[in-house]
Design a protein around this ligand. Structure first.
Ligand SMILES: *Cc1c(COP(=O)(O)O)cnc(C)c1O
Length: 411
């Protein structure tokens, strides 16, 4: 199956009525015909659902679709992308442990890693996640490497294969946040990633109508090396140990479950991921090309010939650069004027919508970061992030072209 066929047919929603979409099971609890059956369901000895914080048929259907698409052995849906990042990591990390991460991360993730400090988890940042930058920082306390495949908004691209090799040589997993890349550009597990997380609020949902997250496990990492003693009691689950620990442990106990309605919205959105991404990547490339010819702005887009990541985009992302580009307008005032002059692009804090969205990250998403943290994330006073939508390219070019001109008036 090719990508678009797979989106529709890899994990069908069929129920006894032949529904073409997974029905929305908007319920909290599922009754059983006897106390014996409910006992078995609770013990995991009989299939079935008991309570929607633990599992729900609509959510289950969404998880199966994502796992199939990413090439994993299973997936766990979460209430948000941040919940997915948190759960994926806290399933492994405890007090005294260390994590290595890129400094060009999504602002919310940087804030989260600040919270980890209070629980005795140390995050060591590298400017960009490469085999060479990561290797010297790995010690006996290091439990994982975490990276965004295409950094949001730094737009640096990680070479998964070489980083995974260093991780595996040292007995630690590579966890990839693939939100901005999506399975349309790459399936990180095929390149050696162990765990993949998504903010499904973004491209997977696609319509900007639900907050959601999802974690997929490759099932390939060996948790029984002695480096992860907390996995000893999950040994019986074999290659499902990570998922069993997640589902039976912190994810379930902290109540990070996805609502059935949001799972439904993400399932429906997922079906058009290929069509949307094809259009979005094409629009983003053409807008980036156009803007790089305009006076007064500089453009960062990984697929442009001027980008240092162009080669990796060709070899790892099938030549596509994704839907996000950033601009530098020269000053904060110009950046604000540019944002205020746009007719079609909406000023909003989201990405992956079918509508083009723009934001000035320094005054919003990175408000809580230090100047050093911002600059390491590629966020300057004059940076604008553009999440390109599916509008007609000519309209986008005209809109941005006019806004760039206006941004330079009344200086
Ligand atoms: C948005 C985003 C998140 C957080 O997702 P939410 O659904 O907003 O909680 C995490 N990582 C990346 C790369 C994101 O873009």
């Amino acid at each position: 199956m090719d990508f678009n066929t797979e989106l529709l047919h890899s994990a069908p929603a069929a129920d006894k009525y032949g529904s073409t979409q997974p029905p929305i099971y908007q319920v909290s609890a599922f009754s059983k015909d006897s106390a014996e059956t409910l006992e078995k369901v609770f013990a995991g000895k009989a299939p079935g659902f008991s309570y929607s914080r633990i599992s729900n048929p609509t959510v289950d259907s969404f998880e199966k679709r994502i796992a199939a698409l990413e090439g994993g052995i299973g997936a766990v849906a979460c209430s948000s992308g941040m919940a997915a990042v948190t759960m994926a990591l806290l399933n492994i990390l405890g007090a005294g442990d260390e994590l290595i991460a890129g400094s060009g991360l999504f602002g919310g993730t940087i804030d989260l890693f600040g919270d980890f400090a209070r629980f005795g988890i140390t995050v060591r940042f590298v400017d960009s996640v490469t085999a060479d930058s990561v290797a010297p920082l790995i010690n006996e306390r290091t439990k994982a490497v975490f990276a965004e495949l295409i950094g949001n908004p730094k737009l640096d691209v990680v070479d998964i294969k070489s980083v995974a090799e260093v991780c595996h040589t040292n007995g630690i997993p590579l966890i990839i946040d693939s939100t901005t890349a999506t399975p349309y550009l790459v399936r990180p597990i095929q390149h050696g990633a162990d765990i993949v997380v998504h903010s499904a609020s973004k491209y997977i949902n696609g319509g900007g109508n639900s907050i959601a997250g999802v974690i997929t496990d490759s099932g390939k990492f060996g948790w029984d090396s002695g480096k992860f003693p907390q996995f000893a009691e999950y040994k019986q689950f074999g290659r499902f140990a990570y998922l069993a620990k997640l589902r039976g442990g912190f994810w379930r106990n902290s109540g990070a479950c996805l609502a059935p309605f949001n799972a439904f919205m993400c399932s429906v959105g997922l079906e058009t991921l290929g069509l949307r991404m094809e259009r979005i990547c094409d629009n983003a490339y053409r807008l980036a090309e156009f803007l790089s010819e305009q006076e007064g702005v500089t453009v960062n887009y990984p697929a442009l010939p001027s980008s240092p990541y162009r080669c990796l985009v060709q070899s790892q992302l099938g030549g596509k650069g994704g839907g996000i580009l950033t601009l530098r307008a020269g000053s904060k005032e110009r950046a604000f004027r540019l944002v205020n002059s746009l007719k079609y692009a909406l000023n909003a804090t989201n990405i992956g919508d079918i509508r083009t969205l723009v934001i000035h990250p320094a005054s919003t998403i990175y408000l809580h970061s230090t100047e050093e943290q911002r600059e390491k994330a590629g966020v300057y006073e004059d940076t604008i992030r553009v999440s390109v939508g599916i509008e007609d390219t000519d309209d986008l070019r005209e809109d941005f072209g006019n806004a760039v001109k206006r941004s330079r008036e009344n200086d």
